[in-house]
Design a binder for this molecule. Structure first.
Ligand code: T4K
Length: 381
């Protein structure tokens, strides 16, 4: 039986967008209204681009209307063809952008601890058709960027990092946007830093700027020249205003999330059958998600049952990233999608549960969530 724990009165979701004071937004929006320029590289866009370049510590950046379009343009701008090695344990956008670029996703298994693509398995997936690796820093844990770079150098492959979860992530003081050929960030409302919808590409090779910016603007060079088949990937001024105000709130939000993370760690680490993401020395976390893993035999119930029980307490966790992308109908017939090729992914995808994690949750509610999880486990023995 559960102890006398009551459900939350209001539903608790996995995240809540960081919302600034509406007046702060309105003040900035006045500038946009006065300028009467709503999109197409306006003033707010240019200011945000400069600020983010500095904040993310990268030599070059290009803003987008969302992370998915940004990833599509990343592939196109590098001229990637044929097969691209990627992970099945990610959001649908990752493999889908390959398909939209008429590229073939080749699924490589993940490391069972970090849940990122396993660099030790990449080489065996490389064929003469392979031209790139599309790796994801899942839940903000960095991939083994050094090993992946070595492989890419050896086989002359391009590397694109999907850093949708990795805003502000650093490895030994180095910003995550400085690895590989291009890195994509998502600024979706569910992300710590957001512009409602939005994203960016960062890259060290500044010569890519012209091509990337042409590609996100229909390939238009000037009024009389359209020099390549581009798309519309532009961030608008209203998104940029939101981003400028949210950026001012990041430090405070990180402080709050840091406290919740510490509380979760202390309270959940002691529960048998629950494991937490490993702390990697030298890594500054992006504080984006708080995933836990459930070992059914030790915890007493499965991840799926815990997910359902938490719902009865008005707690809506998420089973990211279930189902595996390799199990989607559009990919499951690919040879690399075979479960035999992906044993770690198949196991992890049934164990991970992402807990509510955002500054506004507060320590009291986070503490109650831990109590509830503990009581659910105790009720099973
Ligand atoms: N690569 C990776 C690895 C990604 O994770 C993503 C996106 C991308 C690429 C693509 O980037 P974008 O093109 O999206 O920039 C959400 C997000 O929509 C998606 O951006 C994100 N990853 C993914 C992991 O999470 P859902 O289907 O979980 O969204 P939804 O609407 O269920 O939201 C989750 C919870 O957040 C809700 O239960 C309530 C809360 N919420 C959500 C929104 C949108 C709010 O409180 N307010 C809101 O406005 O995909």
């Amino acid at each position: 039986m559960h102890k006398k724990l009551k459900p939350f009165e209001e539903p608790i979701f996995v995240t809540k967008p960081l919302l600034p004071d509406l007046n702060d937004i309105l003040n900035k929006l006045k500038e946009v209204w006065n300028a009467q320029l709503l999109t197409n590289n306006g003033t707010q866009h240019r200011i945000l681009e400069e600020k983010l370049k500095h904040f993310l510590g990268v030599p070059a950046i290009s803003l987008f209307n969302n992370g998915t379009t940004a990833l599509m343009v990343a592939c196109k701008s590098l001229g990637i063809t044929g097969d691209v090695i990627t992970t099945p344990f990610t959001f649908a956008a990752t493999p889908h952008i390959l398909t939209w670029n008429t590229l073939n996703p080749v699924f490589c298994d993940i490391d069972p601890l970090t849940m990122n693509i396993d660099p030790n398995k990449i080489e065996s997936m490389i064929t003469p058709q392979t031209t790139a690796i599309l790796a994801v820093h899942v839940f903000g844990t960095p991939c083994d960027v050094y090993k992946i770079q070595e492989i890419a150098n050896q086989y002359k492959l391009k590397i694109i990092y999907d850093a949708a979860h990795a805003f502000n992530l650093k490895i030994n003081g180095e910003n995550i946007g400085n690895f590989g050929d291009i890195t994509m960030f998502s600024f979706h409302a569910t992300k710590l830093f957001h512009t409602a919808e939005g994203g960016a590409l960062t890259y060290r090779d500044k010569s890519l700027t012209t091509r990337i910016n042409l590609m996100k603007n229909f390939g238009i060079k000037n009024e009389e020249e359209v020099i390549l088949p581009g798309i519309n990937g532009k961030m608008n001024e209203i998104q940029a205003v939101l981003g400028l105000v949210v950026l001012e709130m990041i430090e405070e939000e990180r402080r709050k999330r840091e406290q919740i993370r510490t509380l979760y760690w202390e309270r959940l680490n002691e529960i048998e059958g629950i494991s937490l993401l490993p702390e990697i020395p030298g890594v500054q976390s992006s504080l984006q998600y708080f995933p836990i893993r459930i070992n059914k035999e030790i915890f007493g119930i499965s991840r799926d049952d815990l997910y359902e029980e938490l719902k009865t307490f008005n707690i809506f966790t998420r089973k990211y990233f279930y189902p595996l992308c390799s199990d989607f109908p559009c990919y499951r017939n690919l040879p690399s999608a075979s479960p035999h090729n992906l044993p770690n992914s198949q196991q992890v995808v049934n164990e991970v549960l992402v807990l509510p994690f955002y500054g506004g949750l507060g320590l009291e509610k986070a503490s109650s969530i831990c109590e509830i999880i503990k009581s659910i486990k105790e009720s099973k023995f």
